[in-house]
Design a protein around this ligand. Structure first.
Ligand code: CP
Length: 318
């Protein structure tokens, strides 16, 4: 696997899951694979889980790790081509990227949607420039439209906890004070759509995701109806994708906050969220603290998904 930005890059999903469970039994079994190889992690945005789990995964594989936070200590980067650089950004991404590539073997990039221009976000202009100009294999640590390391960990978690071969998985929109990118819900939908699970997306009208991500999912605007008999509830907030309201908050309706009332109509569903989560906006204290909440186990699986992805990329370097 050269680059990793979406589910298709991983190849056969069942064999990737098999590899994940094999690595989970002994996460240090490939500790020689990354010897004398360097991972560079580039963050344009903040992170707790991705930063720690990806670094841990690289250490599991014996790699060296360099972390660069673009907003702290690096030169401010211009990202647009053709700009007269007489402002506050002294370096262009088109020089910075190949320079970064000189010092490492694999690059991870976190670069969120900016909500300035939908086409720029959905064309993934930042991570694609890394793929084009770094001369190194590149993987997404959450880009503008997808968060595949998170979705892979989500899938591993569902496989671990499912009680039936074909569980009902419901992804619900939830309120948030600020507009959040669609990367996590897009990506989760993309990964659920390659399984044979029953997959339902529920959100208020106006919050439709891009059709290419919704795929074959059933969209249900009535949250209580969607939750009926669900085995897994996956909560997430996102900003509008619609062309005329792109990146806006259309609703802060706290009736959509996942509470005990909604969970009561499920099939004793597990509660999932990628974290960080705003309590009592996205989910009630009682739900996230209940035995059915598997958010910590889900976060723990980020180490496993990252180890599988880095292992596959290291194997492709040979
Ligand atoms: N879920 C997730 O990616 O967490 P961070 O933003 O903290 O990395």
């Amino acid at each position: 696997m050269k680059n990793f930005t979406c589910v298709q890059d991983l190849g056969d999903i069942q064999s990737a899951l098999k590899e994940a469970f094999e690595i989970k039994k002994d996460r240090f079994q490939y500790a020689e694979l990354g010897k004398n190889k360097t991972l560079m992690m580039i963050f344009f945005n903040s992170s707790l889980r991705t930063r720690l789990s990806t670094q841990k995964a690289a250490l599991n594989l014996g790699m060296n790790v360099i972390v660069l936070d673009i907003a702290q200590g690096a030169w401010k980067l211009e990202t647009e081509r053709g700009v007269i650089m007489d402002g506050d950004k002294p370096e262009h991404l088109l020089e910075a990227i190949p320079v970064m590539g000189c010092y490492c073997d694999i690059i991870g990039v976190r670069s969120f949607a900016r909500f300035e221009n939908r086409d720029d976000d959905y064309n993934e202009v930042i991570i694609n420039q890394f793929i084009q100009h770094s001369g190194r294999p590149v993987f997404s640590m959450e880009a503008a439209t997808r968060h595949p390391l998170q979705s892979f960990a989500d899938l591993i978690t569902i496989e671990e906890y499912k009680k039936t071969a074909r569980p009902k998985v419901v992804m619900t929109w939830a309120p948030h004070p600020r507009p959040l990118p669609q990367a996590v819900p897009n990506s989760f939908a993309e990964w659920m759509n390659v399984t044979d699970y029953e997959f339902v997306i529920t959100h208020p009208e106006g919050y439709e995701l891009a059709p290419e991500f919704v795929g074959n999912a059933r969209v249900e605007y009535d949250q209580m109806e969607a939750f009926k008999d669900a085995d897994f509830i996956y909560a997430k907030s996102w900003g509008s994708y619609a062309a005329d309201t792109y990146g806006q908050v259309l609703s802060k309706d706290r009736n959509w906050t996942v509470g005990e009332k909604q969970m009561a109509v499920t099939n004793n569903a597990y509660f999932m969220h990628c974290l960080p989560v705003r309590r009592n906006m996205i989910v009630a204290d009682e739900v996230i603290e209940s035995p059915q909440s598997i958010v910590i186990q889900e976060a723990a699986n980020r180490e496993i998904s990252a180890t599988v992805v880095l292992k596959k990329m290291l194997e492709s370097l040979k």
